[in-house]
Design a protein around this ligand. Structure first.
Ligand SMILES: *[C@@H]1O[C@H](CO)[C@@H](O)[C@H](O)[C@H]1NC(C)=O
Length: 374
């Protein structure tokens, strides 16, 4: 017999059992909670460390900020306070017959040289505006950048530079998604549009699954995976693009397998000439230019190109899509599909041409002539 703490009489056996229970149970409970707490704290710590050390991109080195690169180009200030750097070329905008805004692609900038001859500029009286898209070159990063913001940025740039009510847009490769955005959001401001070797998002809802899978299937395995990461796990992009264990985007490692024979011809020609401004393209950090481009481009869009209404129902302008037949970066089937669904797009599939087709002076001239004079 024994007396327990609450003063009840208990048998020795039940007391022993009770003691055993409380001796065993309480410490067990205590330690499992503690282990769980330690585990949670540790994983939060590890995740936090991983986030800061591996996943979170470093802050951009903004042009003109203390320690940042200098501002050397003219810039306009947008209504939200950001600056866009630009470069004007051709005849004065006041007397130009055709005013065109050229939207650069991935890892490029306003300083990209296109083979547009002075003869053509004079004959057609062309004014050319190139600008650094947000986060590229000397344009401020835009952490809220989106498909939509690209169109409104172009519109504001045109208005700040007083281009008038309408202008032409030409988007190259990755720079085509801002042009799709213009067709969707500011069609009334366009005199015409050219999508040149335009980027495709394999996750646009308009694509049949079979078509996007086949298109993706043509890409190198490392690119396929990179596009998928940009789409499904954008928070992983910074880490993925900087890790050293697996190969990421082929274009960033100078992999020539992505160029078809006609492209290689042009690469030879292009690498012989200096490319001014190339060193400034990513000077503010890769994240706000390159990675954000991938995340937005391959992300989930609010619309599909096939949702866009004909911007020129009375034929007051035209929209052209130029695709190289031998483009290994953009599968032609996917752009052909868009052109089939959008009868107001004039589709041009250029034989014996690849992704770099606009760098061939004769194609470049054809593209501009078609856009301006039909
Ligand atoms: C440019 O295109 C023309 C065909 O229009 C072709 O004959 C020429 O070889 C191309 N030039 C280069 C450098 O690829």
């Amino acid at each position: 017999m024994a007396i327990n703490e609450s003063g009840k009489r208990v048998t020795a056996a039940s007391a022993r059992a009770h003691t055993r229970k409380s001796k065993n149970k309480t410490p067990f409970l205590f330690s499992s909670i503690m282990i769980a707490q330690i585990a949670v704290a540790t994983s939060v710590g590890v995740l936090g460390w991983a986030y800061l050390a591996l996943l979170k991109p470093p802050p951009p080195k903004v042009c003109g900020s203390p320690g940042g690169p200098p501002v050397t180009s003219p810039r306009v200030q947008l209504s939200d306070g950001r600056h866009l750097a630009y470069k004007e070329d051709g005849v004065a905008k006041e007397k130009a017959k055709y005013k065109i805004i050229i939207v650069h692609g991935f890892d490029c900038s306003k300083d990209m040289m296109l083979p547009i001859s002075q003869d053509l500029i004079q004959e057609l009286q062309i004014y050319i505006l190139q600008y650094d898209r947000a986060g590229y070159g000397e344009s401020d990063p835009h952490p809220k950048r989106s498909v939509k913001s690209e169109a409104f940025e172009i519109e504001e740039l045109a208005d700040k530079l007083q281009l008038g009510p309408k202008f032409y847009v030409l988007g190259l490769s990755m720079g085509a998604y801002p042009v799709w955005s213009c067709l969707k959001y500011i069609p009334n401001r366009l005199a015409g549009a050219a999508l040149v070797v335009p980027f495709v998002n394999y996750w646009w809802s308009c694509y049949p699954a079979k078509l996007s899978n086949e298109g993706l299937g043509k890409m190198l395995a490392q690119d396929k995976l990179t596009f998928r990461i940009a789409h499904y796990a954008p928070w992983l992009v910074h880490w993925w693009m900087n890790q050293k264990w697996f190969r990421a985007l082929s274009i960033m490692e100078g992999n020539m397998a992505i160029f078809s024979p006609p492209d290689l011809e042009l690469v030879k020609q292009l690498s012989a000439a200096p490319s001014p401004g190339q060193e400034k393209v990513r000077q503010q950090g890769e994240f706000e230019c390159l990675y954000r481009d991938m995340i937005i481009g391959f992300g989930s869009w609010d619309f599909s190109p096939t949702d866009i209404k004909n911007p020129f129902p009375d034929n007051e302008g035209s929209v052209h899509l130029w695709q190289g037949h031998d483009d290994r970066i953009i599968p032609r089937e996917l752009n052909r599909y868009l052109a089939e669904k959008l009868p107001w797009i004039q589709y041009h599939e250029v034989p014996n041409a690849g992704h770099l087709l606009i760098h061939n002076a004769s194609y470049c001239e054809t593209i501009l002539r078609k856009l301006f004079t039909g």
